[in-house]
Design a protein around this ligand. Structure first.
Ligand SMILES: [Zn+2]
Length: 840
């Protein structure tokens, strides 16, 4: 085809659909012809296809090149290497003065300053899109919004640019978005197929909602485990926007949702009332008028809650901004049949686009009020703190510097002031980020509501098993500005005899894996002992890792020393040089209680029927903390899998429907001496199918009791409150058991968000974790659930099958990649699994 002809076709397309694109932005003509529309740039109209993230970035980059209203900034990179960008759009004059405007804006976030020029500085608006990859309408709307703001010369738009600085984050989750984009485009029919049964509308596991490791990034703002959130948080605390959007999609059989959310009080108790009463209603009024004007239906108030602070629509609320949630009924694909006819991709995009422009309008028209609100917010943080008797929180851990470091990292990322005095850390309450301090340390047991959209507990100190206490007087010490120097391990000296790695440190497992992968054999101590080291006598706890030098058949002493040094430097674990095997106290180094451990060869079942979040958490843990590969086998391939190539099988929660021969394959394999690790409903499965002889906690079923009649309308609330949405409970653990090696505390907090209730084992040595007598730490649970189910149950069991064993976790130890306090239990199951016996 000649170039001319191609060009001809190209222009023909443009003329054809410029009018089609007017469906979105007709009212904002005239547009600057120098600025390419999305359609001109992409070669197809918005809504015709799903746009790949690299094209989104390319288009925004183009806008920054051709327009004097825009500049682009990369704030991070995803696991898969995609760029995370923000396009800043404002008037050319504002853009030239952005640094001064920023300094003026930031004065309002500093309680020690008292600026009153509320109306002078343009308002800072962060339009953020597509945190859930398979809710794609919003990124397409981002392109239209960016075009409108850079190209339109309509007086209304020029006014917004004069009075606002708009930060467009087009795709919060590019890895998930591209997964879904590929799916929707590859099944797109011509003509379109609206039948909901078509493949286009039914993505395959793990679907596009989550990021590379199948994490929900709309829960990660507080936990900050992933680079997407970490990059965003750094950007956030640089700019403190006044208004932040969070665009989503929901089921196709619905309309459109915007805030205010559910009113009956499942609200974060530390949030100012003005936020969810005044501001949300004020903005809601704008949204309803705008959607009315295009004939779109919507609803507010009846669902969703903004309690959990890790949503994209709630975190800004804790930073003096207004976070706004939008939910659009999804076309999931390009066109889908619903009860009202058809819902099309362009229709969903238009609603999101309309809300985007309306957000800018509402923010600009209320800018003085929003800015004063932010100023009051940070000032009230200090006032509230001064009313509290608690002066601060102190925490620390003498045995595990790397876990403490990980927690401090989190505090610093949220701009919480932290001080260090000796081995203790102090977080004073009287600081501008007081509400984040509350979020990290305060726990609740009284609730105004009982049905939660997600977690009802988020005290992060408990996630990290951080022993902390409130203090009434402060001894601050030195301010911590970075985590770099928090772990200081002494360089290990050379030994001809042995090295010992202290297993109490969080990174000990990573060091173990590193040395095993280099071919060294390590032993684990099943009893504590005290031994002479080159830096004096040292008592080692359960699980201490011993590297015997002369027993390494394939490595000489120099090589062993080099590897041990490498492991120590890489993971900063306390490592000691041992001159003699004769202990000062307890077992000697040649004891049968110090026993060589087998390198795990691990496989995990994934795919349709398994819970992608939990599988992703296992994968993420091993990749990013331990640096150990794990084979992920889709369920559809299980039949052909040679299990004998592995010694450890991980089954996360899921609905497992194995054939009899497949079940026997697992059972026979375990019986040969291998380890099966089950989490959540997979543990229930192992009991139901009688793979193990354990039992579930009996549920009382009295068939003769009369059932109390209740109003039909209350059913969702009544039923909803009996599910454990996510709460923290105390568990007593047996620290002498290999599964609990590395723990010093006999009581640890665990996260429960399921209804898996394991009965304690009949074997006296098999219940490794049992809920404590008074188990409540944080979050909502009904009294009935607490008494009948939780209190009598176990959290962690081991059960023998032949010469192998099944490790049954009732609760997910790896929850959202942030439970440093319990994921050691899981790693122990993986690395020490074959050492576990169930004594009769
Ligand atoms: Zn969503």
């Amino acid at each position: 085809m000649s170039k001319k002809l191609l060009l001809g076709i190209f222009f023909a397309c443009i003329t054809f659909s410029v009018s089609a694109q007017d469906y979105f932005f007709k009212k904002f003509h005239p547009f600057n012809p120098e600025v390419p529309s999305p359609e001109e740039f992409l070669g197809y109209g918005i809504g015709d296809r799903h746009t790949r993230h690299d094209l989104i970035v390319a288009y925004l980059t183009k806008l920054s090149e051709v327009s004097d209203r825009a500049s682009i900034h990369q704030y991070g990179q995803t696991h898969e290497g995609r760029k995370l960008v923000i396009l800043t759009i404002t008037s050319p004059q504002n853009l030239n003065n952005l640094e001064q405007l920023k300094q003026k804006h930031l004065q309002f976030t500093d309680p020690s300053q008292n600026p009153t020029n509320y109306d002078e500085v343009p308002i800072f608006i962060n339009l953020a899109y597509n945190v859930h990859g398979n809710e794609p309408s919003s990124s397409e709307a981002a392109l239209l919004t960016a075009y409108t703001l850079t190209a339109s010369n309509h007086p209304e738009i020029l006014n917004y640019l004069d009075k606002g600085v708009i930060f467009i984050d087009p795709t919060i989750n590019p890895d998930g978005r591209d997964r879904h984009t590929q799916w929707a485009n590859m099944y797109q029919g011509n003509p379109l197929v609206a039948d909901p049964a078509d493949a286009e509308h039914n993505e395959y596991w793990p679907m596009g909602r989550t990021n590379h490791y199948w994490f929900d990034l709309n829960r990660d703002w507080l936990l900050a485990i992933n680079p997407e959130s970490r990059g965003k948080l750094n950007w956030y605390h640089d700019w403190y926007p006044n208004v932040v959007t969070d665009f989503h999609e929901m089921g196709s059989q619905s309309t459109y949702f915007f805030e205010p959310m559910k009113t009956n009080g499942s609200l974060n108790p530390i949030m100012p009332k003005e936020n969810y009463e005044d501001l949300n209603n004020l903005f809601g009024d704008y949204f309803s008028k705008a959607l009315d004007s295009i004939g779109s239906f919507y609803f507010t108030k009846e669902v969703f809650d903004g309690t959990y602070p890790g949503y994209g629509s709630s975190y800004p609320d804790l930073q003096g901004g207004l976070g706004i949630l939008f939910e659009q009924a999804s076309s999931r694909g390009h066109k889908q049949t619903t009860d009202f006819g058809e819902i099309t991709f362009p229709f969903t995009i238009r609603n999101q686009y309309t809300s985007s422009i309306t957000t800018v309008k509402a923010a600009v028209e209320n800018k003085a009020m929003l800015r004063k609100y932010q100023q009051d917010f940070f000032k009230s943080g200090l006032t509230n703190a001064s009313k509290s008797r608690i002066q601060g929180y102190t925490f620390g851990d003498d045995y595990d510097a790397n876990r403490v470091k990980a927690f401090v990292d989190k505090l610093l990322l949220h701009k919480i002031d932290v001080y260090k005095s000796g081995n203790r850390f102090v977080v004073p309450t009287r600081q501008p980020q007081y509400r984040m301090v509350q979020t990290m340390f305060e726990t609740y047991d009284k609730y105004r509501d009982s049905v939660y959209y997600d977690a009802s507990a988020w005290s992060l100190a408990n996630f990290y098993n951080m022993k902390y206490s409130p203090v009434n007087s402060l001894n601050l010490g030195e301010k911590v500005t970075s985590t770099k120097s928090l772990v200081n391990t002494q360089a290990v000296q050379r030994s001809e005899y042995a090295y010992i790695i202290d297993y109490d440190d969080y990174n000990a497992v990573a060091a173990l894996n590193y040395l095993q992968s280099k071919g060294l054999v390590l032993s684990s101590a099943f009893k504590p002992f005290t031994v002479k080291t080159t830096v004096g006598n040292k008592r080692f706890n359960y699980g201490a890792l011993v590297v015997p030098v002369s027993l390494q058949q394939k490595k000489d002493a120099d090589t062993v020393y080099q590897l041990v040094q490498e492991a120590q430097q890489k993971f900063q674990v306390p490592t000691y040089s041992i001159p003699s095997g004769y202990s000062v106290q307890g077992v000697d180094l040649g004891s049968r209680y110090i026993s060589p451990i087998t390198k795990p060869k691990a496989v995990m079942l994934i795919g349709q029927g398994t819970r992608s979040y939990e599988a992703g958490e296992v994968w993420h843990l091993l990749d990013t903390r331990v640096h150990m590969p794990i084979t992920k086998v889709p369920m559809r391939n299980f039949g052909g899998l040679d299990l004998d190539k592995y010694n450890t099988l991980v089954m996360v929660s899921g609905s497992y429907n194995f054939s009899e021969s497949q079940f026997n394959k697992i059972k026979d394999w375990v019986s040969k001496g291998n380890t099966l690790i089950t989490i959540g409903t997979a543990s229930e499965w192992a009991i139901d199918k009688k793979l193990v002889t354990e039992k579930l906690t009996k549920k009382e079923k009295d068939s003769t009791a009369t059932v109390e009649r209740k109003p039909y309308v209350d059913a969702p609330e009544n039923i909803g409150k009996e599910s454990v949405g996510g709460a923290i409970f105390k568990v007593d653990i047996d620290v002498t058991h290999p599964l609990a090696f590395g723990y010093r505390d006999t009581t640890i907090p665990v996260y429960k968000n399921n209804s898996v209730w394991l009965a304690p084992s009949k074997n006296a040595y098999a219940t490794v974790g049992k809920y404590s007598k008074n188990p409540h730490v944080d979050g909502f649970i009904t009294a009935k659930n607490m008494e009948e189910n939780l209190k009598p149950s176990a959290s962690l069991l081991v059960s023998e099958v032949g010469s192998g064993r099944v490790v049954l976790f009732a609760d997910n130890p790896n929850f959202r990649g942030s439970w440093y306090g319990t994921n050691r239990l899981f790693l122990n199951a993986l690395f020490l699994g074959d050492k576990i016996e169930v004594p009769e």
